[in-house]
Design a protein around this ligand. Structure first.
Ligand code: CTP
Length: 403
């Protein structure tokens, strides 16, 4: 989704400038175009060569070339940008931004920018806490600039506290939000994700290999498009970096069912990406089961099918999306499933190739809609698959609204 996006990174004099190398790498990997403008003191912390090699563009730092006098047109650079990210933003630069000072090229670009401007402060904890800095941040927010909050942790001074620049992945998430069209503004979405755990006794459970990555990617994409998202999440270590997602943690299929049913009422969209256990133990032992006989038989009973239930209560304007994972006859089973569960479409996952499916970064899917039309996609990053899914959801939301 960052492919072809034009991003200007403004680097100021802070030790966190070294993290900009990683930020540029991530952006370039996603095929964004990157140009860098710096304040004069930035080069004490990161070399112009590092920045130009990684961004594949010359670095802008002076108003003109001292050798031949060529003018570095800051207005052109500012107008070129789809997003301008000032990272790290030192206390000094924050102050200049808040007051409109223009004594270096970065500031001239800032004052000329018409695109969204993001700023990621980096400084020592007391500088960060100082009322002057806090007032500057408030002022920048009031200008409509987007604040990328710093993290807490060890600082260059040896002190520990708030002031570390946000990690490059977090900054990229803020950039993604800025460049995504707000096609779902005012809509509410429910996503479930991850595995469920069905207790056998206090220490054992029946689970599955779902990581929750795909569901989180969908929740993030829905949020980027402006939807208010509730993520009902089974046990997973994964965290979402995207702002604007309310997360409800659950463990069992029954808990997931209860939460989803409750949230679905007020939703326009529901995506059931969780790998819900199909069966759960009839009885969960109160105490740990001791080993005795050679064989142990567990009696299991079917769980409630959340997707099928939502399909029965779904209103005419609500969009319901299910998932399916098959090892054979995938399309045929998915066609049967989309009708039986009354979904608008089913995302059929592939588990056929290595590096695809559980825990992987990439996925290969087919969409099967309720007219039994099949749309097949190439292997892609899960974030790209999520964008395809949300694009399809937006189409259906639009067509249902027009009816
Ligand atoms: N699902 C659900 N509640 C369950 C089981 C599954 O909501 N108790 C949802 C999943 O979240 C997913 C879809 O149903 O969206 C998967 O359907 P399912 O019938 O479980 O299919 P598979 O797991 O692919 O396989 P099978 O048909 O063998 O059950």
């Amino acid at each position: 989704m960052l492919k072809g996006k034009k991003i200007v990174i403004g680097v100021t004099g802070s030790i966190a400038a070294y993290k900009v190398a990683f930020l540029i790498r991530i952006l370039k990997k996603e095929n964004a175009e990157v140009k860098v403008v710096t304040t004069p003191s930035a080069f004490s912390f990161i070399s112009p060569l590092t920045l130009s090699v990684l961004s594949e563009n010359p670095v802008w730092s002076e108003f003109s070339n001292p050798v031949d006098g060529t003018w570095n047109n800051h207005v052109d650079l500012a107008l070129w940008a789809d997003v301008f990210v000032i990272a790290p933003a030192s206390a000094n630069t924050l102050s200049k931004m808040a007051h409109g000072a223009c004594d270096n090229l970065l500031m001239a670009v800032y004052l000329s920018a018409k695109c969204p401007v993001l700023f990621a402060p980096a400084m020592d904890l007391d500088m960060y806490k100082h009322p002057a800095t806090q007032e500057n941040i408030c002022k920048l927010k009031s200008f409509g600039n987007v604040f990328v909050p710093p993290g807490k942790g060890a600082l260059a001074s040896g002190l520990v506290g708030e002031g570390r620049m946000a990690e490059p992945e977090e900054i990229v998430e803020f950039i993604r939000t800025q460049v995504t069209e707000k096609t779902l503004l005012g809509k509410r979405a429910l996503v479930n994700a991850g595995p469920t755990q069905e207790a056998i006794d206090p220490v054992r459970f029946i689970g599955n290999r779902s990581s929750g990555k795909m569901g989180i990617a969908i929740a993030e994409e829905l949020a980027r498009c402006g939807a208010a998202v509730t993520l009902v999440m089974g046990p997973s270590e994964l965290q979402s970096l995207a702002p604007g997602i309310e997360r409800i943690n659950v463990v069992s299929a029954e808990e997931m069912h209860q939460q989803c049913v409750q949230v679905f009422n007020d939703c326009d969209i529901a995506v059931m990406a969780a790998a819900v256990a199909d069966y759960t133990p009839v009885h969960s032992a109160q105490q740990k089961i001791k080993k005795q006989q050679d064989d142990l038989l567990l009696s299991l009973t079917k769980t409630k099918d959340i997707l099928a239930h939502l399909g029965t209560v779904k209103g005419a304007k609500q969009v319901l999306v299910g998932f399916a994972l098959e090892t054979e006859h995938g399309i045929d089973y998915a066609k049967e499933k989309v009708q039986r569960k009354n979904a608008d479409f089913i995302v059929l996952n592939s588990l056929s190739a290595t590096n695809i499916g559980f825990g992987a970064e990439i996925n290969q899917v087919h969409f099967i809609d309720n007219n039994l039309k099949v749309e097949s996609f190439a292997s892609k990053l899960k974030s790209e698959v999520a964008a395809d899914i949300v694009r399809k959801i937006v189409e259906i939301v639009k067509s249902k609204t027009e009816k």
